[in-house]
Design a binder for this molecule. Structure first.
Ligand code: COA
Length: 174
């Protein structure tokens, strides 16, 4: 994978690798974190390792970052941004370990990923989808500048649940 590392005020956004499995498993096995994520809760660290192995074969315009808190050096979450050809926009997503919620860290990380594709690819169009009941995620999108576009729905990758969802968009930074 391309070795891209970004920095924001409180975070380092860096590539993930297999040695991160223990830290990632801590949040990927936490149902409070995974409730609205497309991936099912990791019940075994081998699932986490498998996901981390897939980092080696990401599309050219797809980036996944681990979020490291500068203050402690601890990996506290992850997120990705990539070109969504169906939506003709850059879409992004994120998750943080539960004890780091509510500190503005996800907004900080998402804004940094947006800034990265703007400067690297001249990205102008952004899209995000979140479960209608996932208020915090919707708020992160709003704070990043996205606004309601349409109602939608999505299912977990194992088909276990379908969520009512909202799609938010942003063109340029207006
Ligand atoms: C969604 C998530 C990443 C947000 O991370 P975070 O670092 O806590 O987000 P921020 O602190 O940057 O912003 C959260 C905002 O939502 C608000 N918020 C959180 N819960 C809320 C609630 N129940 N009702 C209203 N607002 C709420 C916060 O007040 C904050 O807004 P503010 O800055 O205007 O006060 C985190 O909750 C998470 O990891 N959730 C599980 C994974 C997930 O659902 N990912 C998104 C999938 S689309």
């Amino acid at each position: 994978m391309r070795n891209i590392t970004l920095e924001s005020e409180r975070l380092i956004l860096r590539p993930l690798d297999i040695s991160d499995a223990g830290a990632v498993f801590e949040w990927a096995s936490d149902e409070r974190v995974t409730k609205y994520m497309i991936y099912p809760t990791h019940t075994d660290i081998s699932v986490t390792r498998e996901w981390l192995s897939s980092m080696d074969s990401l599309d050219e315009k797809r980036f996944e970052f681990g979020f490291v808190l500068k203050e402690t050096g601890k990996l506290i979450g992850s997120g990705g941004i990539g070109w969504n050809d169906t939506e003709k926009a850059w879409s992004f997503g994120y998750n943080l370990r539960y004890d780091e919620w509510g500190k503005g860290l996800c907004t900080e990380a998402a804004m940094r990923m947006i800034e990265f594709v703007r400067s690297e690819y001249g990205a102008e169009d952004f899209v995000g989808e979140f479960a209608a009941d996932n208020i915090a995620s919707g708020r992160v999108m709003e704070k990043c500048g996205l606004r309601f576009s349409r109602d939608a729905e999505y299912s977990k990758s194992d088909g276990s649940v379908t969520f009512r969802a909202k799609i938010y968009r942003m063109h340029k930074d207006i």
